[in-house]
Design a binder for this molecule. Structure first.
Ligand SMILES: [Zn+2]
Ligand SMILES: [Zn+2]
Length: 349
């Protein structure tokens, strides 16, 4: 397995972002990312996918129904070679058609709180939970996390200058919703992203590019475990990346709180071995192992409940219980314990 670091949600001037693909790729390269997926609103920008500055640039789309008011249900769509935005008002049909074309679909910022300070900061949660068949959810969206902290004008001022002091981790309600879907038997892949726009924030005389792409690419990323190293052939590498994402062979890392590269969560039973995203059939007991690149507060979660906890770089747990197992790691950063690593589940059957 080879670990690559990806960010799967960002915008260019084709929708409401500040920089074009080449400049974003330079920022990604400077941040040490391997792959970015650019996801403009309701437009599939063609002819862009290539390696730029050593970074694999892929193009997806963030689709939503512009006529819905208030705004809800943004959907990230990857690996579909055609424009599906006309289906925006039929989310189930959109998910079905994307899937039929070999695409992946993730509910963008499914739980959001927004801020009452500005209509531009309103919450845009997912509102169509009856939809089935999506690949996964964006469990941690940096911009959603940030927006939720702007509860007053002074708080906003502080957050704009010191975002890393306010950003905390996936919302507990997002974690609960994810567990609920997992326990109900659904396979749901979690990803974490920047949702970078590089936008200017204006409030009175204050003007500040609050989140340059380069800054955000050092924050919440999706680390993907691929079967073999990237080849620099775009078609081959696209298949490697999306294949691993579809399988859930990935984890969310908040790289600002300490590099998360090297985190692993595995299960062994008899001669069988599983990584994040996999299913494993019990042959007697199952040994679950967590390894972190640095010390943290490691929690092993089974069907939504913490079943083991360790402080340090590793956790081992022997069990005979089937269930959906996943890992959360918290770490002290900027005075508080903050979300650091969120693994995808291993399904013990
Ligand atoms: Zn969105
Ligand atoms: Zn977005």
């Amino acid at each position: 397995m080879v670990e690559i670091v990806a960010n799967l949600h960002m915008h260019t001037p084709y929708s409401d972002g500040a920089l074009y693909h080449r400049a974003i790729a330079d920022a990604a390269s400077a941040a040490g990312l391997d792959v970015i997926v650019v996801t403009d609103h309701n437009v599939l920008v063609r002819g862009i996918e290539r390696y730029l500055g050593g970074v694999l640039v892929l193009v997806g789309e963030e689709i939503h129904d512009c006529r819905r008011d208030p705004q809800v249900s943004h959907l990230l769509v990857y690996n579909v070679g055609e424009e599906l935005a006309p289906l925006a008002d039929k989310p189930q049909e959109l998910v079905r058609q994307a899937r039929q074309r070999g695409g992946l679909t993730f509910l963008a910022h499914p739980i959001e709180y927004g801020s009452a300070l500005d209509p531009e900061l309103e919450a845009i949660p997912w509102a169509d939970w009856e939809v089935k068949g999506f690949t996964g959810i964006e469990l941690w969206n940096y911009m959603s996390d940030f927006k939720a902290r702007l509860w007053s004008a002074p708080a906003a001022l502080f957050a704009i200058f010191f975002p890393s002091w306010v950003v905390r981790g996936p919302f507990p309600a997002a974690l609960r919703k994810w567990d609920e879907l997992l326990v109900a038997g659904q396979r749901v892949v979690a990803i974490g992203n920047a949702d970078a726009h590089g936008s200017m924030y204006r409030r009175g005389p204050l003007r500040r590019v609050i989140f340059p792409y380069r800054f955000l690419f050092g924050c919440v990323n999706t680390h993907v475990l691929i079967d073999k190293p990237l080849t620099r052939d775009v078609a081959v590498d696209r298949a490697l990346v999306y294949g691993a994402l579809r399988a859930g062979h990935c984890f969310i890392g908040y790289d600002a709180a300490g590099p998360t590269r090297g985190f692993r969560f595995t299960a062994r039973s008899g001669a069988e071995m599983a990584i994040m995203g996999d299913e494993i059939n019990r042959r007697g007991a199952v040994r679950l192992e967590v390894v972190c690149p640095a010390g943290g507060d490691i929690r092993l979660v089974r069907n939504g409940e913490v079943v083991a906890r360790a402080t340090g770089r590793a956790l081992e747990h022997l069990t005979v219980d089937p269930g959906v197992y996943r890992v959360e790691v918290y770490r002290r950063y900027r005075l508080l314990k903050r979300g650091w690593i969120f693994s995808n589940p291993i399904y013990v059957r």
